[in-house]
Write a new protein. Structure first.
Length: 145
């Protein structure tokens, strides 16, 4: 019997096996937490990332970062026609990333910051769970004795 076996009463392979099982349980628990987090916000998250997948819509978001702008200002700064911009603004509004406020004949748009917080929370879950364990070895990949 080695000094390690005498000290804790278990062999090193037994300890490693127990640690492996514990790591698997922790991994599954983390996945379960992540799945619950994603399922709660899946529609707003999907819509938000879809809306941000277009370069013109990202430019609109950048312009609205500091202050609200009316449609005419957005058209001028982006050098696009109002009909084209209208489609993109509709997508951003559907994703709840921007809000519109009518004043006279113009609509003024601003960012809806709480919705950006939802997207940020979604991404922070990946950062929080980033030290995830590597995948287990599949049976067909295990070395044979």
């Amino acid at each position: 019997m080695t000094a390690n076996q005498i000290a804790c009463g278990l062999s090193i392979p037994a300890i490693l096996g127990a640690l492996s099982k514990l790591a698997s349980v922790i991994f599954l628990f983390q996945l379960d937490l992540m799945a619950k987090s994603i399922s709660v916000t899946s529609v707003p998250v999907e819509d938000g990332f879809h809306a941000l997948a277009d370069p013109l819509r990202v430019q609109v978001i950048e312009l609205l970062r500091d202050h609200e702008l009316c449609v005419c200002d957005l058209c001028d700064r982006l050098d696009v026609r109002q009909s084209k911009l209208s489609f993109h603004l509709k997508t951003l509004k559907a994703a709840d990333l921007i809000r519109g406020r009518q004043q006279g004949r113009w609509i003024y748009y601003s960012l809806n910051l709480p919705q950006f917080a939802v997207l940020e929370q979604y991404l922070s879950e990946f950062r929080r769970l980033s030290p995830m364990l590597p995948a287990r070895i599949c049976p067909e990949d295990e070395p044979s004795e």
